[in-house]
Design a protein around this ligand. Structure first.
Ligand SMILES: Nc1ncnc2c1ncn2[C@@H]1O[C@H](COP(=O)(O)OP(=O)(O)OP(=O)(O)O)[C@@H](O)[C@H]1O
Length: 271
């Protein structure tokens, strides 16, 4: 297991926001976390990287690789975050400051993680951008000169820069149109295959669960109410709430069975 969460609770004063959650993620898998708005998905994802605000109290165990995340120092957490554990957020505009070029962001990110030679950092940046279909002209562009899809491509490149074991992708396509969404998720799937990382994929969209996930968990009011393999849950949901969520989902693409991979060519067109 890459990640093992046991009996995790997060509270604000007397109020439990996450209630005794346990889940584990295997090496290289695509694990989906599904649930209504406010159910605690983002909070759980932030708890994994120990990024919760100080007003919240955490209990339980979070083991990431061989590390007990809750007992690490700031410095140890800093070494893991970005290198072994990385995040891609919904708010891609917020991930890049407007006054710095894409290249400067990549330079800074690598510098923080100990790559001291500027030219090495530049070469690695160009390689990373190329791996997501962005050519070298993007190096000197500012974030506001990129489309939403291009910024998410850059976010994916940044998140995968140090070949992390786990990438947490928190509703990364919510702000994108459907064609761009498709291209971004195909790109993420392709880069996942190449790098072998596991993905914790937070989503509201059952079509994406059906297409990409290997296993999933459903959250409701801070608890995981059902978890397991994709086929089992999509084809035979046990919990009434899961049944309702699946029923309320948009009609799934006709003729696409729950688990069969369908080859879709990777579009390198910039989006
Ligand atoms: N710092 C905080 N202090 C107290 N409560 C908080 C704090 N941050 C978030 N919450 C509450 O925790 C609950 C879970 O929020 P969270 O953002 O994890 O939900 P979510 O499932 O990710 O929702 P969405 O799908 O809309 O992003 C919400 O009720 C939210 O108001």
């Amino acid at each position: 297991m890459i990640l093992s969460i046991e009996q995790l609770s997060v509270s604000s004063g007397e109020k439990k926001i996450i209630d005794c959650v346990s889940l584990s993620i295997r090496k290289g898998e695509w694990y989906a976390l599904v649930g209504q708005s406010g159910s605690g998905k983002s909070m759980l994802s932030q708890a994994i990287g120990q990024m919760l605000p100080s007003n919240l109290r955490m209990e339980g165990v979070i083991n990431f690789n061989e590390h007990n995340m809750m007992s690490l120092s700031r410095k140890q957490l800093g070494d893991i975050r970005g290198k072994k554990l990385s995040y891609i957020f919904q708010d891609y505009q917020g991930s890049f400051t407007p006054f710095r070029t894409i290249g400067q962001h990549f330079q800074e990110y690598q510098k923080v993680h100990g790559i001291n030679n500027k030219e090495t950092r530049r070469m690695k940046t160009l390689e990373a951008l190329e791996s997501v279909g962005l050519d070298e002209t993007f190096y000197s562009r500012y974030a506001f000169q990129l489309s939403g899809g291009q910024l998410q491509r850059a976010s994916i490149a940044l998140a995968l820069m140090f070949s992390p074991d786990l990438v947490i992708a928190d509703e990364i396509t919510t702000a994108l149109d459907s064609v761009t969404t498709h291209r971004i998720l195909e790109l993420l799937a392709k880069r996942q295959k190449e790098s072998g990382c596991a993905i914790l994929f937070i989503t509201h969209d059952w079509r994406h669960v059906r297409r990409y996930a290997t296993r999933l968990a459903i959250m409701k009011s801070g608890e995981i109410i059902e978890s397991g393999g994709k086929h089992r849950i999509l084809d035979h949901p046990q919990h009434e709430y899961t049944k309702q969520l699946i029923k309320a989902a948009p009609i799934l693409e006709k003729g696409l069975p729950s688990g069969l991979d369908r080859e879709v060519s990777y579009e390198s067109t910039f989006c």
